[in-house]
Design a protein around this ligand. Sequence first.
Ligand SMILES: Nc1ncnc2c1ncn2[C@@H]1O[C@H](COP(=O)(O)OP(=O)(O)O)[C@@H](O)[C@H]1O
Ligand SMILES: [Mg+2]
Length: 453
Amino acid sequence: MFGKKLDQSVESLNTVKNCYVTGFKFVNAGLAKDEAGTPDIALYSQGVTEFRRGVGVVVTGNGTNQEESRKMQEKMKKNIKFIEERMRELRTENVKKIKSQENAPTRPSVAKNMNINVNKNVNRNVTRNVNKNVSRNVNANINGKPDKLMFNKLKKGGIDNAMIERILDEVLESTSGLKFDDVIGHQQAKSTLKEMLVLPAMRPDLFTGIRAPPKGLLLYGPPGNGKTLLAKALAAEMPDAKFFNISASSLTSKWVGEGEKMVRALFTIAREMQPCIIFMDEVDSLLSSRSSNEGDAIKRLKTEFLVQFDGAGTNKEDKVTIVAATNLPHELDEAVLRRFPKRIMLPPPDDIARQQLVSHSLREVKHNLSEKDIARLGDLTVGYSGSDLTQLVKEAALAPIRELSMSQVTRIDSFRPITFADFTQAAKIIRPSTSNELLKQLDEWTNKYGAYS
Ligand SMILES: Nc1ncnc2c1ncn2[C@@H]1O[C@H](COP(=O)(O)OP(=O)(O)O)[C@@H](O)[C@H]1O
Ligand SMILES: [Mg+2]
């Protein structure tokens, strides 16, 4: 009797071990290929098949053999989940790659960047889970998309599949490839963001308790000075954090009637996928004190947002940061402001930043502007916002083409360089767009509530 049991346990241990070893051989080969940038889904698939066989072995009784078998089965189970998720990701990645090549054939570098990020993540997550078999967080997954378990959990919370899919498709951003260096000026804002978000994300162990990063951060300032740009660059600086990008106006317009559900779903998904950043652009259109006089739907939306915001902070361990941006901070009421203790003003570019912006925009075109000319342009463009300056450069860059006739344009393949005179001419058309009144209002608000970056 005893002998038979022992035999059985040895037999099942051998089978389990066999599947375990073979499975990992396939998976490791798959990983190597994946990391080299030439993923082979078939290898992963064979690994999963082996693991499934191993998990399927019935282990009865208790003893060291059984214990060892069950441990291996547990490890295989976890890895099946991760690998399947990665396989799914690779499949969608393939589709996306094809699509992006169709849509943007002139921007291969962005696609390349995305690849690098994907591979980096795979390396970090899968290796950790597969080789060491320590999964810090069962919900953590390879590419940041929720796995089946998470899907089920979200569904139980009343969030339907369609909503989850929509948020993942429309709101979850893949990195734009923008870096902090692409945002001109705003040095102070960048270092504040680094200190508040980038460093804590890199070393979460150091930034706990009173050093924990704040939940809410408000970027404000006159339109067109890089709030949206900076938030997008922030996403790229934190490749491990998921970045949800939602504009408040799309909640009130595009998702009419669904906005409330959308907010709830967004926060729920974000909590499941942390660490993450929720970026709410144009937040004034949702949370302004004026909107409380507006329709019921907006009022409910606002309430839901505040409830969810507070909910996101109930667990101290939660790593969900809400970054909001607005041109009109003075329209936010106290209840909202209280939730954004950190406020950073992004002012219009100063003289130096204006010059840098022009040189930055000119870096890929032919021009004959000297450093002195660029400095003069700095003087010429007092009061221009970052976006005004970008427009100005675009306008000036068109001048060499405008002076050609239609037939010349079709024949010619190189133009004369852009000159300083093109800029003075363009400056007559592109005027500063920020009103002094708004600037004054923002200054007053900053003195009371904010901080200059
Ligand atoms: N600091 C900046 N550095 C580089 N480009 C800028 C900067 N500020 C504005 N721009 C240009 O203006 C455009 C609009 O800026 P955006 O970030 O959308 O402004 P907003 O502050 O209104 O969100 C950007 O896409 C970029 O081309
Ligand atoms: Mg914006």
